[in-house]
Design a protein around this ligand. Structure first.
Ligand SMILES: [Zn+2]
Length: 299
């Protein structure tokens, strides 16, 4: 069994017609329970993250503007969600889900957050549906509390972890690794410690060969004592926002590669969900559910 952060506010409804799919946050836990991959007591409900931990990554000015709902309209447009107290609460609970999850991983080896992976959030501003950077907040927490010395962030979402790269660009205790579509958002990319850009229509073979060569090498070189994994399923060929051509099976093999290595090297890992924008909700749920199925088979 492994702990999974989830709170009913994760499925917080956006105004009618909003293009961001929130349904997956409701269906994924249901599917996991229905098929018996997880049990009800695997879930924990995160509280609101203590601002002290948020402020270890994000600037006071930005956090105050979020809490007071006083962000400039331009900054809100960059985020892409209408700003509301519920939305800010949702982000603070998601951040706490990752922060608490990563601490649980030391016992359980792996933990999950049903949401999170908000890697486009910078210290100073949010972008592309990301307000606060959950894995960055958790990374900084582990370092500040001396729970880890060297952290590897493996971001295999189809979009570059630009916020995460910028936040840790001069922190030698954090190694940021991002694979992403070269021609995808963000169009002005940041510099991670290692970026691998895939061309449009990259298939399973190329994707899997690349990561199965690189990740073991990174673990050997960096010797991380904690890993954060961002398991976005927007690498699928069907994805509306991705431009790669991976299959559901390839996406599952990707998760297997990451989890087998964490298991082999005995490195605790926290997994946040990241993106997934296939037109059929069942495709999104199947791909995300696979990540949990694979974890169950390995851990
Ligand atoms: Zn993405």
């Amino acid at each position: 069994m492994f702990p999974i952060a989830y709170h009913p506010i994760y499925k917080h409804p956006l105004p009618d017609g909003h293009r961001f799919p929130m349904l997956k946050y409701e269906l994924l836990p249901q599917q996991l329970l229905y098929e018996g991959t997880v049990q009800p007591n695997d879930f924990f409900e995160p509280k609101i993250c203590d601002l002290e931990y948020v402020l270890a990554v994000h600037t006071k000015e930005y956090v105050n503007q979020l809490i007071n709902l006083s962000l400039e309209p331009r900054a809100i447009r960059k985020i892409g969600f209408p700003l509301s107290a519920d939305l800010v609460e949702r982000e603070l609970r998601i951040a706490q889900g990752t922060l608490l999850g990563c601490q649980k991983s030391f016992d359980t080896k792996i933990s999950f957050n049903i949401a999170g992976g908000t890697h486009h959030a910078y210290a100073t501003h949010g972008e592309a549906f990301c307000l606060l950077n959950d894995q960055a907040i958790a990374t900084q927490f582990l370092l500040n509390n001396k729970l880890a010395k060297k952290i590897l962030i493996i971001d295999l979402d189809v979009h570059q972890g630009n916020g995460t790269a910028e936040i840790f660009k001069s922190n030698s205790n954090v190694f940021t690794f991002s694979t992403h579509g070269k021609s995808n958002y963000p169009f002005k990319k940041e510099k991670s410690d290692l970026d691998i850009e895939f061309l449009d229509n990259t298939n399973d073979d190329v994707f899997l060969k690349t990561i199965s060569e690189i990740i073991p090498r990174l673990i050997e070189q960096q010797k991380p004592d904690f890993i954060f994994y961002l398991a976005g399923v927007d690498i699928l060929a069907s994805d509306k926002l991705g431009k790669l051509s991976c299959t559901i099976d390839g996406c599952k093999k990707r998760d297997e590669i990451v989890f087998e290595l964490c298991h082999e090297y005995q490195i605790p890992v926290q997994v946040s969900m990241g993106g997934g924008y296939s037109p059929e909700i069942k495709t999104i749920i199947e791909a995300h559910t696979n990540t949990y199925r694979v974890a169950k088979s390995i851990f």
